[in-house]
Structure formats: structure tokens, C-alpha cells
Design a protein around this ligand. Structure first.
Ligand SMILES: [Mg+2]
Length: 186
């Protein structure tokens, strides 16, 4: 039996360019990902503009502007030959929960169109990834790696500062790229 591997979409398969573009279009700004201080990219929007921004955001599809991370396509394709690959993505949009079904549609369509070798029956949409048990998990959020034998943290803007000690304590391996994933899993 093939080993089961669960891979996150945002900040692992794709980069943050969609989020940043929509914010910059709205604010008429030139923010980059380095300006983001916490986890939520939309915190770049001043609080007094947040309601109006959310109304704008739900008319957009960030996945029209997201890029696949470097070598993701090739490595994922190879992984898919060796492992039972599931993609798991959270889809509840916290600033307007009623947008979530549409958000899920955008995510599904992005995966379906851009990674055609993946089995859409193995797309999972859930904000609670802990309940899913897998041999291997790859995510940019440490909590989402629970319930896996091999836990792989994909480095991105919000998790850079997590110490090696903390990663070791939680049995987590840090990777910086899809080439690192290839080295570990293939
Ligand atoms: Mg993510």
C-alpha cells in the first residue's frame, strides 16, 4: 500500500502573490510579503477600511494571480506516482463566512486546472486538519501537522522565526523548497 501524504495549498503549493495583488489593487499600494507581520496577509489593510476591503475581496479570485511555488509542479507529479497524495485546504473566509463556498470553488478550480495529474476525489476542504490522519503532512502551519508520522513544515513569511528547538520538540522537519521535499521523500 502506498503511503498517504497530505499537502496544503496556500503557502506550500502556491505563493502569496494573489493575496498581495488584491490588497495592492484595493489600497493602491506596493506592499510585498515582507510587510506582513503576523499570519493574516489582510492585516495590511487599515482597520477602518477592513469592511469595505472585504466587500471588494469577495468579488475577486486570488487564485487568478497566485503562482505555483518553484518546482512544485514537477515534484508533486513525481510524488503522485509514489504516494497516495491528498491536498487539504482550509476554505472558511473569516472576514465574511458567507464567501466560503465561493472560496472553496476558487481553490478547487485552481487545483483542477493547474495540477491536472492529481485526483480531485482526493481534494479535502477543511479548516480542522488535525482530525485527518496521514503518514506524512506538509503544511506551513505547525498545528496542521498533528496526526502524521512525518511532519514537514514549509518555510514561509509567518513561520520563519519558529526556533529549531521548538521544531525538534514537535518532531517537525523544516524545508525551504520543493527541492528539499524531493530530497526527503523521493
Ligand atoms: Mg497554508
Amino acid at each position: 500500500m502506498k503511503k498517504r501524504i497530505m499537502i496544503d495549498l496556500d503557502d506550500v503549493i502556491v505563493d502569496q502573490s494573489g493575496w498581495i495583488k488584491v490588497i495592492n489593487d484595493y489600497l493602491n499600494s506596493n506592499h510585498t510579503i515582507d510587510d506582513v507581520k503576523g499570519y493574516y496577509i489582510q492585516d495590511l489593510v487599515p482597520e477602518e477600511k477592513m469592511n469595505e476591503y472585504t466587500k471588494y475581496f469577495i468579488t475577486q479570485n486570488i487564485y487568478d494571480y497566485c503562482n505555483l511555488n518553484k518546482n512544485c509542479y514537477e515534484v508533486l507529479k513525481e510524488l503522485n506516482e509514489v504516494y497516495d497524495v491528498y491536498i487539504c485546504s482550509a476554505y472558511v473566509y473569516k472576514d465574511d463566512v458567507s464567501f466560503s463556498a465561493k472560496f472553496l470553488e476558487h481553490k478547487f478550480n485552481f487545483l483542477y486546472k493547474n495540477l491536472p495529474f492529481l485526483d480531485p476525489k482526493k481534494f479535502i476542504f477543511s479548516d480542522d486538519k488535525k482530525v485527518i490522519e496521514c503518514d506524512i503532512k506538509i503544511d506551513d502551519k505547525i498545528d496542521n501537522l498533528e496526526n502524521a508520522n512525518t511532519k514537514i513544515l514549509f518555510t514561509c513569511y509567518h513561520n520563519k522565526k519558529i526556533s529549531d528547538e521548538k521544531l525538534e520538540e514537535n518532531d517537525v522537519i523544516r524545508v525551504y523548497s520543493w527541492d528539499d521535499i524531493k530530497k526527503i521523500l523521493l
